[in-house]
Design a protein around this ligand. Sequence first.
Ligand code: SF4
Length: 199
Amino acid sequence: MFGNAVPSSGNTKFIRTGMVNQASAPEGIEGQGFFATSMDKAIGLARANSLWPLPFATSCCGIEFMATMGANYDLARFGSERLAFTPRQTDLLMVMGTISKKMGPILKQVYDQMAEPKWVLSVGACACSGGIFDTYSVLQGIDKVIPVDVYVPGCPPRPEQIIDGLMKIQELAKSETLRRRDSDDYKKMLESYNIETLK
Ligand code: SF4
């Protein structure tokens, strides 16, 4: 998000002013000299436009992700150019490629180490369902070991699809209430994956 937020009734569109795209402000009440909105909407707007991805790329889909980061597609437009391989400094786990069963526990450990709130984007047929590798050694979908928020189909998906997936994660980040992660449903979901929740 650059410059001043522009009040608008919609919360998904970007407004082009000069050389940069401005994220529109969340719903709220505006008047001369003031704009008021709720805390969760303001925080959701900030979170959605500053997602820090951890690319967990193991094979060909990772190459599509590299294209997504390049100048043509430019993920930086979404505030997501800051990649990190340190789980504690990221909030979006992007899994791209074939995940073997041996790698499952490592993926889970990486997810575990990320701080809340965090989201997971499963990119490509292999990460979503094992893809063409219906075999004893390949995990038939990462949702066997960690919860997934958005699935991007394709073998491989094009960068446009990866961007579409990221925008869907942005919608989640924007609309999620601040307390969702403290809810019993969320805790139950993590427990079903044998993932410890903070008390
Ligand atoms: S989905 Fe297709 S392109 Fe992506 S990692 Fe699997 S085989 Fe490669």
